[in-house]
Design a protein around this ligand. Structure first.
Ligand code: TYD
Length: 409
């Protein structure tokens, strides 16, 4: 079947070209791997029929999500606290107990589903390394990609689910209509599907073009999701805006026939998106112009800092920074190294531009080789990082970012 037909998204009109990009989490262990790296063209399109902002071409999921997947959700205290709060909220709002069936799609290291060991919990995690970690928490885990076939198997083996949760996962799935149909088939008549992903409105408002990378097949708006979920027989009944991951949206959906009443937050968000012009192609063309201006300014800022003899490093080897560095052609000649707390990323080279990734220690970061200016790759954790690095900021150190515009913090 034609790939576009399978996606059910209709005609896609391109508005931004972020150039040749590697896999955002494709950290390289040795220099021998440099010549063998996979690259693809990162183009962003607007699928007008369904109002969805989506990649012009998708990368095959098994290329990205596998045994060596690098992103560890529990690395961040912010995310641990975020999921703990949500788990408590869901347990009380939906009166969950030991017989409730809770499913997470994309469990990573079990940061969320691990909090539901007192229910009948199940996880789906295609990355083998993380599926094992989730299983070790005592959660029945299917190490497969979410699909209609898996949904059928899950219903047979584990029954229809009261809660289906997915964080930063649905936006990874190219065949999104099929993925929502699979949710619809696995959920109980009054069950609730809660999912959260980076939101388009925040990307446009904050100029955070680095939310576009191979794994983010789509950046969702409610306008698009409402249409896509309707096709799958689901309805959205509540929406929350969240600060995590640089601006996310959490949706609560259920079967269209369920008794869940639609909350005013749904219309409020749709109206906001309409006011911002999310339905018009010209909004995206304007955004693309801002992205090109941001690139020019960032390159200029780095070169003027280096001209003053100040070393430039990066803080957080994020997927987002892969997009920025490759799009802006910033390599090890401009940024000397990236400090990161994730053991699996340390000692590697960043995807595409091959900046060395070093183990983060506060001492080393602060005095490398003298106090540096640091590009905030993990700008979405700015508050957590600023308070951790108060001494660095009180000395001669400084962070700089491109979000919402190129500036020194
Ligand atoms: P995140 O922003 O969640 O990433 P992505 O763009 O890949 O979705 O990832 C945060 C990365 O930053 C992760 O590799 C850990 C690192 N990090 C630090 O090194 N120090 C910190 O204080 C924080 C909060 C994150």
């Amino acid at each position: 079947m034609d790939a576009r037909k399978k996606e059910n998204l209709g005609y896609k009109r391109a508005f931004l070209d972020l150039g040749k990009q590697p896999l955002a989490n494709g950290f390289l262990k040795t220099e021998e791997e440099f010549g063998k790296e996979f690259f693809f063209n990162l183009g962003i399109s607007f699928a007008e029929e369904v109002g969805l902002v989506t990649l012009s071409e998708y990368v095959d999921p098994p290329k990205m999500f596998h045994e060596n997947y690098a992103y560890v959700a529990s690395q961040s205290q912010t995310m641990k606290a975020h999921f703990k709060k949500l788990a408590e909220q869901l347990k009380s709002s939906f009166s969950l107990n030991s017989t409730s069936r809770v499913l997470e799609i994309g469990s990573n290291d079990g940061i969320f589903i691990g909090l539901f060991r007192d229910s009948v919990s199940t996880a789906v995690e295609p990355c083998g390394n993380f599926a094992r970690l989730t299983e070790e928490l005592g959660i029945k885990t299917f190490s497969e990609f979410w699909s209609k076939e898996l949904s059928e198997k899950l219903v047979e083996e584990r029954g229809r689910q009261d809660i289906i949760f997915a964080a930063n996962c649905m936006c990874h799935i190219p065949s999104i209509v099929e993925a929502f149909e699979a949710v619809s088939a696995a959920i109980s008549d009054e069950g609730v599907f809660i999912f959260e992903d980076p939101t388009l409105l925040h990307v446009l408002q904050r100029g955070s073009y680095d939310q576009f990378y191979d794994e983010h097949a789509h950046i969702f708006s409610l306008t698009a999701l409402k249409q896509l979920l309707t096709i799958a027989g689901l309805k959205v009944f509540h929406v929350e805006n969240l600060d995590v991951h640089g601006g996310s949206m959490r949706l609560y959906a259920s079967k269209a026939s369920s008794s869940h009443k639609i909350n005013p937050s749904v219309d409020d968000q749709l109206l906001l998106e309409k006011f911002y012009g999310l339905g018009h192609f010209s909004t995206y063309e304007f955004f693309a112009e801002k992205v090109h201006a941001s690139k020019r300014l960032l390159v200029k800022l780095i070169s003027s800092v280096r001209d003053r003899g100040i070393p430039v490093v990066a803080y957080g080897a994020t997927s987002k920074s892969t997009t920025v560095f490759n799009f802006c052609e910033i390599g090890s000649g401009e940024v000397e190294c990236i400090f990161d707390t994730t053991p699996g990323k340390q000692g590697t080279f960043s995807p595409g531009v091959h900046i060395p990734v070093k183990e983060y220690t506060q001492e080393w970061f602060r005095h490398f080789p003298k106090t540096p200016f640091a590009f905030l790759g993990a700008w979405n954790f700015v508050n957590e990082i600023k308070s951790k690095e108060a001494a660095f900021l009180a000395s001669e150190g400084a962070f700089f970012t491109h979000v919402p515009y190129v500036s020194i913090l």
